[in-house]
Design a protein around this ligand. Structure first.
Ligand code: HMG
Length: 391
């Protein structure tokens, strides 16, 4: 534990989109057996952003309840992690800072390393709080994942944001030292600046993820981390929920344990409820897993959770977090279930129209149709500027 006070996640809030496409609808369109999606990759549906939603509106929607509960006065830094940013220069978090009316004496920055960025944000936040425990850091992970239509990756799209308030003496989860780290230069998944959809070598990306599982565990063990049996649950990055099962099976075997399927389900099963409905939310995915665990598991007080964050390219990190007594009084379980449950079902044609749409790049005025029923919206583009507003 850094210093003589605990640091970690004080509050956590999830947001997603207006629309949802079920895997039944996708399967009916492309002639795939729906069981491949439901059982094979462990996905039921994917969140689809409305015309007036994006990473900023989801991020502001996720973060607003944190500011409402705790105020914004102690937030000195906003770290916004994303790999689907809306601008190459301006940090998306500045739009969120403005929508939430946070004080001007704030540092705002954006971070990128594929799906790993949210964890970089969390760890950097821990460092900032260590330096000054009177400060809080708002860490936001927000992404809209998009693959080519009719590609194998299409079934693993999704969208969500998670906002976390990181501070001293946290109410939910204490983040522990050490971390196990791993980096390898691999082109398993990437998105050049000129593309809106990701490129991926799907099966290679799964191998790269599993290689990273070994790498982070090796480093974690060498730094005298906890042993596997000290953890009561594991939150993995979930590009699709079956990946958490694959990863944990791999870790158990790598450590010489029996990879018993019941044991794997006990370790990761409680972390997949939200990701199965939302799809891959890249930077937010692992923290959606944490939200699902905290919201659904029986009392976790004092129990230790393992976090394995993977970002293609690739960078990974393993660390432990311990659940704080009294955490249940601070959860937002009903709001999380509502965010997922209230999404509006769309048919394949509407999904395809949204997927194929791209904003005109002529710099003229382009108001965006009113679609979201969430609290913030993208009102339009004008002079190449994105205009956001409360709804
Ligand atoms: P695919 O190749 O079409 O699927 O796409 P498959 O043939 O490998 O089948 C998938 C699973 O379904 C298999 O199970 C099949 O057996 C099973 P497994 O053998 O793996 O246990 N299956 C069925 N089960 C029941 N009934 C059936 C049936 N048919 C098949 N009828 C793939 C799968 C994941 C490759 C594809 O969706 C893809 O390319 N996705 C995108 C890449 C990805 O998600 N990679 C994960 C690791 S990389 C990562 O996590 C980072 C990432 O989030 C990006 C970032 O960091 O920013 C992606």
């Amino acid at each position: 534990m850094p210093g003589d006070f605990a640091i970690g996640i004080h509050d956590l809030s999830v947001a997603t989109t207006q629309y949802v496409l079920t895997h039944d609808t996708l399967a009916a369109h492309n002639g795939t057996d729906a069981a491949k999606y439901h059982r094979g990759i462990g996905q039921r549906s994917m969140s689809v952003a409305a015309a007036d939603e994006d990473i900023v509106t989801m991020a502001a929607t996720a973060a607003a309840p944190l500011v409402a509960r705790h105020g914004g006065d102690r937030i000195r830094t906003i770290v916004f992690a994303t790999e689907t940013s809306v601008d190459q220069a301006k940090a998306a978090g500045i739009h969120v800072h403005s929508l939430l009316g946070l004080p001007s004496a704030t540092r705002v920055v954006e971070l990128k390393q594929a799906c790993y960025g949210g964890t970089a944000g969390l760890q950097f936040a821990v460092g900032l709080v260590h330096r000054d425990p009177s400060q809080q850091v708002l860490v936001i992970a927000s992404d809209v994942s998009k693959y080519e239509l009719d590609s194998p990756g299409e079934a693993t799209q999704g969208a969500a944001a998670v906002a976390m308030l990181v501070g001293a003496e946290p109410a939910l989860v204490r983040i522990e030292d050490p971390s196990g780290m791993f980096t390898a230069d691999i082109m398993d998944f990437w998105r050049p600046n000129y593309r809106t959809t990701a490129l991926v070598d799907g099966h290679e990306s799964i191998s790269a993820y599993l290689q990273a599982v070994e790498g982070v565990w090796k480093d974690y063990a060498e730094r005298d981390g906890r042993t596997l049996d000290e953890f009561s649950a594991f939150c993995y990055h979930q590009p699709f929920t079956k990946m958490a099962h694959k990863a944990h099976r791999h870790l158990l075997r790598h450590c010489g344990y029996d990879a018993d399927e019941g044991e794997i389900a006990r370790a990761v099963g409680r972390t997949t409820a939200y990701n199965a409905e939302v799809g891959n939310s890249y930077t937010a995915s692992m923290y959606l897993g944490l939200a699902a665990l905290l919201d659904h598991a029986d009392d976790l007080t004092g129990q230790t959770v393992g976090f394995l964050s993977y970002g293609s390219g690739s960078v990974a990190e393993f660390f432990a977090g311990t659940v704080v007594p009294g955490y249940r009084a601070h959860l937002r379980s009903a709001a999380h279930r509502d965010a997922i449950g209230r999404r509006q079902d769309i048919d394949y044609a509407k999904y395809r129209e949204i997927h194929e749409y791209s904003f005109p790049a002529d710099g003229k005025d382009h108001p965006v149709p009113r679609e979201t029923t969430g609290p913030y919206r993208l009102a339009g583009l004008s002079g190449h500027k994105r205009i956001y507003e409360p709804r």
